[in-house]
Design a binder for this molecule. Structure first.
Ligand code: HEC
Ligand code: HEC
Length: 337
């Protein structure tokens, strides 16, 4: 009797340890994306990093407030006198579908989350991208300015501190602290919103790892696309054959323009919900002026010596021509009501 019991128990133990082994092959929603990809045979990214909770905290402070206390206990100078990183970038998910960059679905999504609609791409999942400053940023600003940053996240952080923020260069420990904070914003598998049959496929032993790897990469963008666009040829007419929707225009005004142009925002040019703001913007729409929506949106403004704050332009993936018309129709409606 006793012997049989021992054998039965041993058997149970074996079964349970076997299934334990099996569990290690099961992907689950809390798995980090980078680790999953590496497990499936992907290369470790250049910007992988081992970091401490202190570094995360310092990185968080640098990104959200522009300064922190360094490893020597001393307070740093501000990275920029004019902006913090979050003037132009969100730190949470901003697209309903991570495999698509579409400013129209993004606008609805950010509004539902009460976060701004901005020129820079969110830092959520930035460590999961494989290139930065893409497409026209490389094409138009040139290999010399953007080249290194395009393929190296650390260089991108440094470039944006100096160029986008019109600030100082970061110390190596500051770049690493920001990167450490970015790693806390990486995707896990639940962010990819996989369907039930997709989970089954991932956990199916017969499917080759390489197939699972390329499948996972269809679920999010490995880069934030960026193509620049031009002013309307005829500013009276606007972007041809597009009819503006003032309802959408209101959202753009409130979730984008006012983010920087509200009373204490990063710009001296203050906008609000008074008729004067709308009249001013409306007056310039068809003028040959950087105050015209058809210029300020696709081209922005430049930092000049003696006046560093500038407005970054919107690539077409960050503001569509339709949305420019939407904004125009809202501004004209409010200016002349
Ligand atoms: C005045 C606006 C502005 C500020 C301030 C700013 N950025 Fe940017 N940043 C941009 C724009 C515009 C891009 C263009 C690429 C994109 O994000 O789509 C960019 C790109 C980046 C990228 C590459 C993103 C990608 O996927 O292409 C990184 C990394 C970055 N910024 C980090 C920072 C950090 C860190 C700070 C703060 C020290 C900062 N930025 C401050 C506007 C800004
Ligand atoms: C990320 C911050 C940011 C966002 C978002 C933003 N702007 Fe700006 N904008 C600026 C800054 C900074 C300036 C430069 C102002 C200055 O010189 O003080 C500027 C300049 C301007 C100017 C020219 C003002 C001048 O005095 O030269 C106009 C017009 C303007 N913005 C309109 C808009 C509109 C319309 C939107 C929404 C579609 C918008 N901005 C969104 C930051 C922003």
């Amino acid at each position: 009797m006793k012997v049989k019991l021992v054998i039965a128990l041993l058997g149970l133990l074996m079964i349970s340890s076997f299934s334990l082994d099996n569990d290690q092959w099961t992907f689950s929603s809390s798995d980090l994306l980078s680790e999953t990809l590496i497990q499936l045979g992907d290369n470790k990214p250049l910007h992988s990093l081992e970091y401490t909770p202190d570094q995360i905290k310092m990185g968080y402070d640098l990104v959200h407030t522009g300064r922190t206390f360094g490893p020597d206990g001393k307070r740093t100078r501000y990275i920029s006198k004019h902006y913090v990183c979050t003037s132009c970038h969100n730190t949470v998910q901003e697209d309903p579908d991570l495999s698509v960059s579409n400013p129209e679905t993004r606008l609805q999504y950010v509004k539902s989350k009460s976060i701004p609609f901005l020129q820079g791409t969110t830092f959520k999942g930035i460590v999961n991208r494989e290139s930065w400053y893409n497409d026209d940023y490389v094409q138009k600003y040139g290999e010399e300015v953007v080249g290194k940053a395009h393929k190296d996240l650390k260089e991108s952080i440094q470039l944006c501190a100096i160029e986008c923020s019109q600030g100082r260069s970061l110390k190596a420990w500051e770049v690493e602290a920001i990167l450490a904070y970015f790693w806390t914003l990486e995707f896990n598998l639940s962010d990819l919103a996989l369907a039930e049959d997709e989970w089954e496929m991932l956990n199916e032993k017969g499917v080759p790892d390489s197939e699972k790897l390329s499948f996972l990469k269809t679920k999010y963008l490995q880069k934030s696309p960026a193509h620049f666009f031009h002013s309307a040829k005829d500013k009276d007419e606007g972007y041809v054959s597009l009819e503006g929707n003032p309802q959408v225009g209101k959202d753009i005004y409130e979730w984008s323009c006012l983010h920087c142009h509200h009373q204490d925002g990063v710009s001296h040019y203050t906008l609000d919900n008074n008729t004067l703001s709308f009249k001013d913007l409306a007056f310039y729409i068809n003028k040959n002026s950087h105050f015209s929506l058809y210029q300020i949106i696709p081209y922005g403004t430049y930092a000049i010596p003696g006046h560093k704050p500038y407005m970054p332009h919107y690539p077409i993936e960050r503001m569509s021509k339709q949305q420019v018309e939407d904004l125009r129709s809202y501004i004209e409606l409010k200016a002349y009501e």
